[in-house]
Write a protein that binds this ligand. Structure first.
Ligand SMILES: [Zn+2]
Length: 168
C-alpha cells in the first residue's frame, strides 16, 4: 500500500489533526463549517502550503452511496456535506488508494463501517502517533500508569479520566 490519502471532516481541523504530508483532501463545504479562528488558520495554512486540497466527488459517487446505504437509518442523519465526504472516500477507495477518513461524526463512521472504508476519530481515540493518553485524576491531577485499573484516585477518591497529550 502506498501513502495514505486522508479525507478530513471539519472535526479534524477542530480537533487539531496534524497535517503532515501533502495528501490531505476535503470538500468545499467544510471550509464553511470550520469557523473558530484556530481551526480556520490551520485550514487556510494547509491550503496555502499545498498540503490540503479541495475536491468534489462526482454526482455518480453520491448516487451510488445513496443506493448502498438506503437501507441503513444513517442516510437520514447525513447532511449533503457528509454524503459528499463519504462519496469522495468511495472514489479513492475504488481507485485502490490507501484512504482514511478523519471524522468524529458517528453517522459518517457508521456508513464507513458498512462500506469497509478505514476511518479514525480524532477526539475519542486520538490519532496514532500524534496523541498519547495519560490516566489522570480529575481532583488532585495525580497521573497514573496505564496498569492502574481502578476508576477512582487512591489519594483523593476523585474520578480518573484519560487526558490527551500531544507528542512532541
Ligand atoms: Zn486524586
Amino acid at each position: 500500500m502506498g501513502e495514505i490519502y486522508y479525507i478530513l471532516d471539519a472535526s479534524a481541523f477542530i480537533g487539531g489533526f496534524d497535517i503532515q504530508n501533502s495528501l490531505n483532501f476535503t470538500i468545499s463545504e467544510i471550509s464553511e463549517e470550520v469557523k473558530d479562528l484556530k481551526s480556520k488558520l490551520i485550514f487556510d495554512e494547509a491550503i496555502n502550503n499545498g498540503k490540503l486540497f479541495i475536491k468534489e466527488p462526482s454526482s455518480e459517487g453520491i448516487k451510488s452511496l445513496e443506493s448502498i446505504i438506503s437501507n441503513s437509518g444513517d442516510i437520514l442523519r447525513l447532511s449533503m456535506p457528509d454524503k459528499k465526504l463519504i462519496a469522495l472516500a468511495i472514489e479513492f477507495f475504488n481507485e485502490k488508494k490507501n484512504v482514511e477518513v478523519i471524522t468524529d461524526d458517528y453517522s459518517i463512521q457508521n456508513v464507513l463501517k458498512i462500506l469497509k472504508i478505514p476511518y479514525k476519530s480524532i477526539l475519542t481515540e486520538g490519532i496514532k502517533g500524534i496523541y498519547n493518553w495519560k490516566k489522570t485524576c480529575e481532583g488532585c491531577k495525580k497521573e497514573y500508569p496505564d496498569s492502574y485499573s481502578w476508576d477512582d484516585c487512591e489519594i483523593c477518591g476523585s474520578k480518573i479520566f484519560k487526558k490527551r497529550i500531544k507528542k512532541d
